[in-house]
Design a protein around this ligand. Structure first.
Ligand code: GLN
Length: 311
């Protein structure tokens, strides 16, 4: 096997030249304007070594990747009671779909589709003001990534607050079923700000380290979640992290992963590495076109798919 640095550099070179780059998300105005030529990749190995290439240090809107961090916080707050309000099954429907919510009476299929993440935001609000909870989330992500430069892009949050009619509809629909505990505008306030977290591939891969390391932040040695919880969050990412593209992602990449419409993907190779890729162009189901291709090539060249036999 070529060295990991070589593999990462080669993938960045190949992606820079890739002709079919997908289309940036059009429905959140500031995301529409991001240059589709961008591509970044960062791989943090279990021993802390970082390999980065392309636009690995350019912050982008992490969007739904934030759902991994809010899920982690919500499980820390209410534990398994969370599963009374949201399921753990793949949805097979689009990230912003409303169709299952009616027959399933306001209980979203999983915490990674928009409806599920809105419930998680409702849980996190508890007795907090949205602003305080956004601050807590930012502190959590900064600590995980060991980087205080991470911020929320307020322009992206405002744009989504003004245009996020589907998410608002989901929240109102669940309110009608009595499954929400807080006012829709407060929950959406938290939700759009978590989605507007701006992070680079390097920062995101660093923040994902606890998921490859049995729940421990390898830099501090401190436990973020129990080993069992880390394993379970990875299982949810594997089954639900790419919405109705989760089967395809498992087939091609074979790693727990979470995508966002900003074009980022956080992927976990348990025991080996936390990986973040970013390219703004999306495929038909809203997952990064080149991000997926880059991860597919990475696992082909490293043997890191969880379905590869352990050497
Ligand atoms: N903020 C986006 C939305 O609610 C997140 C969707 C995504 O990244 N898939 O539509």
């Amino acid at each position: 096997m070529a060295s990991l640095s070589r593999i990462v550099a080669d993938i960045a070179t190949e992606m820079a030249a890739a002709p079919d780059r997908g289309t940036p998300a059009g429905y959140i105005p500031p995301l529409r304007d991001v240059d589709p030529a961008r591509f970044g990749i960062a791989v943090v190995e279990a021993d802390g070594t970082v390999h980065a290439a392309g636009d690995a240090d350019m912050p982008f809107s992490i969007q739904s990747i934030s759902k991994v961090f809010t899920l982690t916080l919500a499980l820390g707050t209410v534990g398994d009671q969370l599963w009374e309000r949201v399921g753990r099954e793949p949805s097979g429907t689009a990230f912003n779909s409303i169709v299952q919510l009616e027959t399933e009476r306001g209980i979203p299929r999983n915490p990674f589709i928009n409806a599920g993440a809105i419930v998680v935001a409702d849980v996190l609000l508890g007795n907090h003001e949205p602003r305080a909870m956004i601050g807590e989330l930012l502190r959590f992500v900064r600590e995980l990534a060991d980087d205080d430069r991470i911020t929320v892009d307020h322009l992206v949050a405002q744009a989504e607050m003004a245009t996020g009619h589907r998410s608002m509809a989901l929240a109102h629909f669940m309110t009608a079923f009595g499954t929400m505990h807080h006012a829709v505008d407060r929950v959406l306030g938290l939700y759009v700000h978590q989605c507007a977290l701006a992070m680079s591939c390097r920062q995101l891969a660093m923040a994902g380290r606890f998921l490859m390391a049995r729940g421990v932040n390898p830099a501090t040695g401190r436990s973020v979640v129990s080993p069992q919880r880390a394993r379970r969050i990875n299982a949810l990412m594997m089954m639900c992290g790419h919405y109705d593209g989760s089967g395809e992602f498992a087939y091609r990449v074979g790693l727990p992963g979470k995508s966002g419409v900003g074009g980022g993907i956080l992927a976990i190779a348990p025991g080996r590495a936390a990986i973040a890729v970013w390219s703004p162009g999306l495929n038909a189901v809203g997952n990064s076109q080149l991000g997926t291709l880059a991860l597919e090539r990475l696992v082909q060249r490293t043997g890191w798919s969880i379905f590869d036999p352990v050497p």
